[in-house]
Write a protein that binds this ligand. Structure first.
Ligand SMILES: Nc1nc2c(ncn2[C@@H]2O[C@H](COP(=O)(O)OP(=O)(O)OP(=O)(O)O)[C@@H](O)[C@H]2O)c(=O)[nH]1
Ligand SMILES: [Mg+2]
Length: 480
């Protein structure tokens, strides 16, 4: 079983293991044996090997372009936004964007925002980003506060020239959203898989910055060939490892299907409560939800039981966020796509969040193209304990992972959708107690109830949860 858990990143669930009705089918154990050999092989492939020298050189390059997070920073946060025109954001406000930027900074250890300002602009293209008046004010605000040790300009990507110009004027390190999120990712990645994805996510940023330096000097700068070679080799090694990861995902998905474990993927905006919901549904105490953006980077499966005692896998996923370049999240799409092949998708959103509408729309836009036809999505409005009044569509369920409002209703809905998606239904079958047929049913179906036949005590009624396919197999078995 250990190998099976490792392959699917299934956390052992002590609460469930202690429940007497919790049965691990022989069939799962058998599959686990097969999986063991494959998994050992895969871990080796996922290991990313670089020499100490290469590692040191990469550190120098990445520190130069992405910066270091040091032992913390007291941050001045500048929130630029487009005042008007076609690029003006219409489904959110600059105040809400500012609040999210603060949360990003404070997701890093010992980083705090100690001062902040808005920058209404017509475009983000200027060499120093701001016009001369705006720039004077900005510099004044920063020079006035001697505690400030870094500046976060909350736009997707600053151009290299913008960063260097502002860095020279202010004498402080400058970060944009991409570089801040990379640092959060580096802090939060735990599994080899997530570390690999983060390592790959930072390379386009470095390439882009290097390219801009080259353009800025009209091609006169000749980058050290060693550096370019190192980056190319690193990129190709990481891509290969990611390809292996893709294969491995496909393999584990197929095994999951074969074993017949239904799966439920929980997706949503970062901090919506995905991990909290899985913790409530699976009763798995190892899950530790945190009030941080991108707390979860690893796609991990957790076991749980539906009300009918059918075992299911809940898949936790990386959260979504607006205003980041696609190339930053691209390496994580592999695991997200894998999760999206689940039988049922739960899209959870934070109903109490002032920017809820924009967050919801953003997630919908990303997941829509990944959904299969007829794939069932359950919409869950979380954190309803934090607001008095709310308005949701009738196909949505309001819940609170904190005071457990709506959880029973959600469990029943999940059960219904899993039955529908996997073609399972409850069937009543009469078999002789202790017969081979009764052993077969225990082995290949989920037995949810047993009742003696009062007319003939030698027989029992089995209420089993199974697909039509399994029932046909049972009929064939009886004919043997
Ligand atoms: N009041 C309240 N807080 C909640 C509820 N659900 C989750 N939270 C809190 O919201 C924060 C984020 O919860 P997580 O479960 O980590 O959110 P997530 O979607 O997994 O976040 P990421 O992994 O960072 O994308 C934590 O501090 C939780 O305790 C709820 O129903 N009510
Ligand atoms: Mg999480």
């Amino acid at each position: 079983m250990y190998a099976l858990r490792s392959l699917f990143h299934i956390r052992p669930n002590k609460t469930l293991l202690n429940k007497s009705l919790y049965v691990i089918h022989k069939k799962v154990q058998l599959a686990a044996c097969n999986v063991l050999c494959k998994f050992k092989h895969t871990t080796e492939l996922l290991e990313f090997i670089e020499s100490e020298e290469e590692d040191e050189l990469y550190k120098v390059i990445s520190n130069q372009y992405i910066g270091v997070i040091a032992g913390g920073h007291k941050v001045f946060l500048l929130q630029p936004y487009i005042k008007w025109g076609k690029d003006k954001k219409r489904n959110t406000t600059s105040e809400l964007q500012m609040a999210e930027s603060v949360a990003l900074v404070e997701s890093l250890p010992y980083w705090n925002v100690i001062d902040k300002a808005f920058a209404p602009l017509l475009s983000f293209q200027k060499k120093k980003l701001l016009g001369s008046g705006g720039l004077d004010n900005f510099v004044k605000m920063i020079k006035q506060n001697r505690q400030i040790t870094a500046v976060f300009i909350s736009i997707n990507l600053l151009k290299h020239i913008q960063r260097i110009e502002l860095q020279n004027i202010l004498g402080l390190p400058i970060y944009d959203r991409y570089s801040i999120i990379i640092h959060i990712f580096r802090e939060h990645a735990k599994t080899p898989e997530a570390k690999l994805q983060v390592a790959l996510a930072e390379l386009p940023y470095i390439w882009k910055k290097m390219g801009e330096v080259y353009d800025q000097h009209s091609g006169q700068i000749n980058f050290d060939e060693n550096r370019k070679k190192l980056l190319r080799t690193r990129e190709s090694k990481l891509k290969k490892a990611l390809e292996k990861l893709k294969e491995n995902k496909k393999y584990s998905r197929n095994r999951r299907k074969k074993i017949g474990l239904p799966s439920i993927a929980v997706v949503g905006y970062t901090n919506a409560g995905k991990s909290s919901l899985i913790k409530v549904l699976s009763e798995d105490e190892s899950l530790k939800p945190r009030n941080q953006l991108f707390a979860t980077l690893d796609t991990i499966c957790y076991e749980g039981l539906l009300p009918c005692r059918q075992k299911v896998l809940y898949i936790d996923t990386i959260g979504f966020i607006q205003d980041v370049p696609e190339m930053l999240l691209a390496p994580f799409i592999v695991t997200l796509e894998d999760a999206m092949i689940s039988d049922v998708i739960v899209h959870i959103f934070d109903i109490s969040h002032p920017d809820m509408k924009a967050q919801f729309q953003h997630v919908e836009k990303v997941i829509k193209p990944m959904l299969k036809e007829h794939q069932s999505v359950i919409y869950v409005a979380n954190k309803c304990d934090l607001i008095q009044k709310f308005d949701i569509d009738e196909n949505m369920i309001a819940i609170s992972c904190k005071d457990l409002t709506g959880i029973d209703e959600l469990k029943l809905k999940l059960e219904k959708e899993i039955f529908k998606a996997t073609g399972r239904s409850v069937k009543r079958i009469r078999v002789k107690s202790g017969s081979l047929a009764s052993t077969w049913l225990h082995k290949w179906t989920t037995v949810i109830n047993l009742e003696p036949d009062t007319d003939d005590p030698q027989y029992m009624f089995f209420d089993v949860l199974a697909t039509d396919l399994t029932i046909n197999e049972f009929k064939r078995f009886l004919k043997q």
